[in-house]
Ligand binder design. Sequence first.
Ligand SMILES: C[S@@+](CC[C@H](N)C(=O)[O-])C[C@H]1O[C@@H](n2cnc3c(N)ncnc32)[C@H](O)[C@@H]1O
Length: 253
Amino acid sequence: MKKLLVIGIGAGHPEHITVQAIKALNRAKVFFILDKGYANDDLLRLRRDICERYIEGDDYRLLQVRDPKREDDRQSYRHGIEHWHEQRAVLFEQLIAEQVTDDEPGAFLVWGDPALYDSTLRILERVLARARQVFDYQVIPGITSVQALAAQHRIALNRIGEPVVIITGRRLGQQQGVEIDNTVVMLDAHCGFERFVDQDLYIYWGAYLGTVDEILICGPLREVCEQIKRTRQAARAEKGWIMDTYLLRRAVD
Ligand SMILES: C[S@@+](CC[C@H](N)C(=O)[O-])C[C@H]1O[C@@H](n2cnc3c(N)ncnc32)[C@H](O)[C@@H]1O
């Protein structure tokens, strides 16, 4: 049977990769590198570097494929995502049909960990449901940007016995009137933390975590809010892209 490996490669640091992932890299024969068509060549380069660094020998192929562009659906966010996932399922199906054989496993290199805000596993389930391709797949966990954020700030995500919530910037925007605590925010293009500046919160912010361009800022939100906004805007303008994550935490009484 055809075999696929979904390998978490960490969120930017080339050494944030597990021994299990290195072994999986050495089992795969074709790597699908999804090019999102952004200006973020850096992210493609990191995937290539990881292959060159950890794969022994050169008996493998890297296949850079253009990821279908996600069109915003004005009627429904869910419908837009659904349509995009279907397009990606068709693409994955074609790649598996044409590039993977019983003797040559294929691999998807997933940023961070495949379990966190990544659709690769959902798309593979979709491909299986379409029943045109039969394959088995294995998931190899990776270090998430959330773990990298906590490590770089040298903090635990929760205080003793407290829960941790991980949400998107979009969802944070819907949290009007909700008490925020130990909340990790990802995929926030609009500095959603600014809306909470009047609350007594502490923020731990990190951009380009694990890379040479890493930026870390932390402090009481009302004191560092403007600094983070300015820094984020300048970095994004300079590099053409940004990935940032932050933890919002209620200050202790
Ligand atoms: C589509 S999600 C992918 C998350 C990934 N699967 C993970 O495990 O971290 C992309 C978001 O992850 C966060 N992210 C990923 N890499 C990052 C990095 N190196 N530094 C800061 N944030 C990062 C950002 O919030 C970004 O918008």
